[in-house]
Design a protein around this ligand. Sequence first.
Ligand code: AMP
Ligand code: MG
Length: 340
Amino acid sequence: MSDMYNTRMLSPSDEDIAFAADLICKGEVVGMPTETVYGLAADATNPCAVKKIFEAKGRPSDNPLIVHISEKDMLSDIACEIPALALKCAQMFWPGPLTMVLPKKAVIPSVTSGGLDTVGVRLPSDETARHLISKSGKPLAAPSANLSGSPSPTNAKYVLDDMNGRIPAIIDGGECGVGVESTVISFQDDAIRLLRPGYISVEMLHEITENIIIDKGVLEQLALNAKVSSPGMKYKHYSPKAEIYIIKSSFEDFREYVLSDYKQGDAVMIFDGEEIDGDIPIVYYGNTSERQAQRIFSALRECDEIGARRVFARCPETSGVGLAVYNRLLRAAAFRVIEI
Ligand code: AMP
Ligand code: MG
């Protein structure tokens, strides 16, 4: 399947977006930028088109797709039983990196929702994404544009690395500003349940309600057969080829630990401004939570580019958007955490 298409790189010009929208209306899949990560977009209401997304990614069919809309009014076309809390969230955080899980309407086929009777809906702030949605005239299902299991792509080149020959076109909108996927929430009585942390942090959600439940899947490893509220959280995720180890310690202890057990093929993922002597390859991933969110997935891809076999990563802060960084790194590391 990998040479089915001659993948074309498009710009965010009106002409190229019209071309991409035409592909989508014909049931094809297009790589699109969003403010979080790049997505693989197709008409969310067309089961054949949505199947092509799953094929291009190699994604398990029970892992639901997020549906993207270009205006708040489109929400009631695809979701029902919208609680007051959800309307408040939309008012406060849309357009932006927040996905709300709500009961779905019949127009969203079961293949899009991974067999669930709910749908995750998001109104992105990225202009190109919104332009493509409105030009297509359809809600767009769009998971991250990586091969299933790989780090999410934060620029068009990384989309091409994974999707060359698998999709007809990619719109190059430059580097993504946020860098981690959207915050995913659902609603339970008068509480918000956090299913996946993202740029919209628990602290920001507290402006809506103090009543926030952090789902078990955010920080714990779930069994593959577990019944979970956010199916994506049980799969191997975001992994480079290297084995990642998160080291929870001070920088001094980190340095000592890494240097005492150094082998050929090792590398470190550390914060900007930190230094390690010796010739151990270094990948930097920012020194604020916002910057770490922007860098985490490209840093993981860079570990592969330098041919690392084992990577020791500094443990990020876990408040604010840091919780999203830690959540992604935990999965990239298959939950290998060493506390010193
Ligand atoms: P991705 O498309 O790769 O960003 O992954 C989307 C993730 O959002 C899924 O893996 C789920 O964890 C979550 N999600 C999407 N739709 C739903 C839904 N209807 N119910 C629960 N979680 C959802
Ligand atoms: Mg993904």
